[in-house]
Every structure is written in structure tokens, then in C-alpha cells.
Design a protein around this ligand. Sequence first.
Ligand code: NAD
Ligand code: UGA
Length: 476
Amino acid sequence: MQIKNICCIGAGYVGGPTMSVIANRCPDIKVNVVDKNEERINLWNDKNLENLPIYEPGLDKIISKCRGKNLFFSTNISENIAKADAVFISVNTPTKKRGIGAGQASDLKWVEVCAREVARFARGYTIVIEKSTLPVRTAEVIKKILDASISKECKDNQATYFDVLSNPEFLAEGTAIKDLEAPDRVLIGGERDEAILALSQVYRNWVPKEKILHTNIWSSELAKLSANAFLAQRISSINSIGALCEATGADVREVSRAIGSDKRIGSKFLDAGPGFGGSCFKKDILNLVYLSKYFGLKNVADFWEGVVTLNNWHQHRISQLVVKKLFGTVTGKKIYILGFAFKANTNDTRESAAITICKDLLEEGAILSIHDQKVKPHQISNDLGISENKEANALNENNNFELEGQWSFSEEIDNGFILADAVIVLTEWDVYSEINWVEMSKKMRAPAWVFDVRSIINQSEVKKAKLNFWRIGDGS
Ligand code: NAD
Ligand code: UGA
């Protein structure tokens, strides 16, 4: 069996880039990406590539090459499922907000809706592929829904039958295209060789054979959750050591370099920062915690829950120490936030540490000016739950108590420095490492502070500007 027509349900951060790369690398395969969100689909079809709904370096080039040729975005879900011989499910799987497992288990309602839609509209043999990150044994649920539809009806006299595969995605935002073009591995979990082989053939168009791993379906589902848990655990580990560095006179960058030189440990994911954000780490670990508890493994659950607990504590630790350094109060003081995305090179703010830190500071009465290279002000309003107040940009020299707890967006990097008491670097956008501190310090209100939570600022330049300087994990 050869896959010739793909339908991907979910045109998000995973569905969009993944299908674009498949379309680019497999010109003989027609790829239809569908979504129920019409606004998002319109943006994917926008002539102006600046308006694509997600920002990923290199994505615009692929879209301009493939869109309208073998890559299509639409809201026509039923028709595209019917035409497909492989359907990827790439919808969101957030943490459940209510009911059994609330706060930990994944909410699978959208995955189930997709399974029912595939069951209803598929024609002939169809491979259904889990691309979303899912709890172990979700494939069983999908298969049951699909199989129930077969026994109910014989559609257009075509025998419909299904295979379900797990093919989790390991891309990281900001480097999605690079990760998809040259993956460390492609993981395919399944039961029947025919289906596994058919999907492997798609990836074989550009991925070397030895990088395509075949496992049973449950190992594949669990490997995805475990990979994210291991990565997040490293960040909590280094952030915990960073706090200890600050207390003891050590430097977390030096500690990272020393421990990362050990080949058994490795150097990646050892950068101390404001705490991990992103839509997945927290949700996937909590899912692992839930699964462990469900299977009676309380010690396993406690171990992984600690990774999230430390991350939460760490984010609040940053805001608390800013308040402490600013003479114990930030009420009516202007603080300039550099970076709101959860990491550089993305416009995604989901679970960004900046949200927690900004909320804490607003609660303390600070007046925030916020800059980001790609995040739009309306997104920040949604995340903070407070609308932008443009007046929060125009402060008096002395007393601005009437603007307490307000924030405004700074379109130009330079403007946000005006009368700021402190600057906090929360996202590692390249442009922030090029700031002329001597010039900017002239705009700020002395005695002013620079808090570098990403270790990207040139310390000697800041000191030359006679600004107070604090850096994550620096106890010197
Ligand atoms: P997303 O929220 O950006 O996109 C999901 C899309 O699915 C949305 O546009 C939504 O409208 C659509 N959708 C939901 N239900 C639908 C339905 N029934 N029919 C049609 N469309 C529907 O999410 P994402 O970041 O792309 O994540 C998707 C999955 O991939 C999650 O399980 C996530 O854990 C996993 N994942 C994400 C990343 C990442 O970097 N974001 C990386 C690897 C894995
Ligand atoms: C992460 C994983 O890296 C991907 O493999 C996975 O596919 C994806 O989650 C997912 O399942 O969603 P992503 O969240 O996009 O990717 O980005 P990361 O580069 O992992 O960064 C996550 C967070 O950790 C960011 O807030 C980042 O700033 C932070 N981080 C990362 C650090 O604080 N220190 C580091 O050393 C690395």
C-alpha cells in the first residue's frame, strides 16, 4: 500500500509545519490540512506570508513553494477525510479542567471527535495516525470508535477498515522546520507491518532508514511523554542548582559547562532561565503523573510532579527577587519586560514564564511596558487577563500610582526604557543582546536595575552604563 493522499486534522503548531515539510519532501503526495477554526485556515491561505498564523523560521518559504500545488488548507473536513488514505490527528490535547483527573489528565475530547469524524467519513482502507501527544493506550479508544463504525454500515459499497498508528512529533517550536527536515528519529508505533511500512515510506523520502524506529504502539505513546518529561526535568534540575549558585557564590553557567562536558550527561538543556514554558512540558508531565497514579505508582507520580512544582516555585522566585531588589516595593514603578514568548523564534506564549512573572509584578502594583519580537499586544492582553492601557507608557518623573497594575506594549525596543526602574529579560531574542546600555541607561530612572534571566546580556556594557545588574544563577 502506498500513501498518496494525506488529510491532517488540526492546522496548529504541529499540523501546519509537519504537513508543509511532508508536502515539500513528497511532491507525489497530496496533503490536505483541515481545521474547524476558519480564521486560522484563512490565515494559512493568506497571500501575505507575514500573516501565517504561526511564526517559524523557514516555514514561509515552504508554504510559498507548495501551497496550491500539493499542499492545501481548508475547513472541509468530511470531504478531505473521505479522499485520504492516511489521516493524521494533530489536534490539541490540553490538561483537563474539570471532572475525573482535572488538573492532570489530558482532555481527549477533540481526539475523540476526530476519531468519530474519521469513522463517519472515511472510505476504503484508511490509516489513522496519532500525531497529537496522547496518554498510553489512547490508540485503543480510537480503534474501538473506528471499528464500531465498520460494523454499523458499509459505505458506498466500499469496505472500510482501519489501522491505527502512533507517530508522535518531537519538533521544538522556533526550530520546527530544521527538526522536521533532519529529525533525531521518527517514531512509528503500530501492530500491523503493512501500515507501519506505508507510513515509513513517506518519511523515507528524506529521513535515513536507521532513524525511523518501529515499536509497539504503547511504547511509542509512552516514549513521547517520557522524552518531554526527561527534557523538562533537566531544566528544573539546572534551575534548582542556579538558585543554589546564587546562594553560594557559584555561577550556574560554569556549573552547566562542567557537568555538560560529561558525555553521559551531555550539554543540551542545561541553560538556567525563567523556568520552562510552552504548551507541552507541563501538560505532558502532569499526564504522566496522572497515569502513574492511575496504575498505583505513587512514588513515580511524586517524582515527576516535583519537576513541575519546582518550575512553578522558580517562576515566582524570579518575581519575588525583583521586588526585593527594588527596595521591597514595585508599586507605581515602571518595569520594562523584554520578551513575552516562551522562547525565542516563536510567537507562542502558551505557559510562558513571562505570564506568571508579569502577573506577579502587576499584582504588586508595578506598571509594565512589554516588548516582544513576534507576540502581538492582543495576545498579551488575553494571557494577562488585563487590557492594554496605552497611557501606561507616558509616565511622570515621580508618582504614577494611578497607573498601578497597568501595562502597555512597546512597539520600539528603545521606547520602553523611558523612566523605567528596571528591565527584565525573559525571552532570549537576539536583538536584546545588541542593546546599547550606555544610551538606554540615560532614559531610565536611577538607581535602575537590569535583570538578565536568560544570560544573554553583556555584563560589562551594563556595568559601564552604571546600572545595577542581576543575572540568573550568578552568586558572585
Ligand atoms: P494547536 O492548538 O496549535 O493546534 C490544534 C488545532 O486543532 C487547532 O487549530 C484546533 O482548532 C484544531 N482542532 C481541534 N479539534 C478539531 C476538530 N475536531 N476538527 C478540526 N480541527 C480541530 O496545538 P499544537 O501545538 O499543534 O499541538 C497539537 C498536538 O501536538 C498536541 O497534542 C501537542 O501536545 C502535540 N505536540 C505539540 C508540539 C508543539 O511544539 N506545539 C510539539 C510536539 C507535539
Ligand atoms: C519541547 C521539546 O523540546 C520538543 O522535543 C517537543 O516535541 C515539544 O516540547 C512538544 O512536545 O511540544 P518546545 O516546548 O517547543 O519543545 O521548546 P523547548 O526548546 O523544549 O523549550 C521549552 C521551554 O524550556 C522553553 O521555555 C525554553 O526557554 C526552556 N528551556 C529550554 C530552558 O529554560 N533551558 C534550556 O536549556 C532549554
